[in-house]
Design a protein around this ligand. Structure first.
Ligand SMILES: [Ca+2]
Length: 152
């Protein structure tokens, strides 16, 4: 069977569009899951994003590459979640499990959960809490510690 060039190009264009759409949808699903679970700033009613893709990615448009926190989250998602579950359930599980590791992904002196708690960026060493780590950790524990970031 021969495809005309026009039909072949249309097929390629539709496939690429579909892939881009599903990738975009996935990204936003994960971003929204992180906002809910980590109690980050939600989008405003007019759609302005107050929590950017750069929470986990290097670029504001998302995709590759991931920042150090995003790399740890991605690894947790791939290696420590149940692949028989939906990606939506897996990402929630990964969001919690990556925090439990007490990694300081960006090496700024504050482990990731403390950065989530203080609303700074766990994957960017130029964003870090102003409070000293021991005081912040005491507040974090008083507020419920890791359990406050369990999947809903
Ligand atoms: Ca940081």
């Amino acid at each position: 069977m021969k495809l005309s060039l026009t039909r072949a190009l249309t097929l390629v264009a539709l496939t690429v569009t579909g892939l881009l759409f599903s990738a975009g949808l996935a990204k936003n699903t994960y971003r929204l899951a992180a906002i809910a679970q980590f109690k980050l700033s939600p989008d405003t009613d007019d759609g302005t994003r107050l929590t950017q893709c750069t929470y986990c990615h290097v670029n504001s448009s998302g995709n590759k590459p991931w920042n150090p926190f995003g790399i740890n989250l991605q690894s947790t998602f791939r290696n420590e979640t149940d692949t028989s579950l939906s990606n939506t359930v897996r990402i929630k599980d990964a969001l919690y499990k990556v925090l439990l590791k007490k990694l300081d992904s960006d090496n700024d002196g504050y482990y990731d959960a403390l950065e989530v708690f203080s609303k700074t960026l766990p994957g960017n060493d130029s964003s870090k809490p102003s409070l000293e780590a021991a005081k912040l950790e005491a507040q974090f524990k008083d507020a419920g510690g890791f359990a406050q970031y369990k999947a809903p």
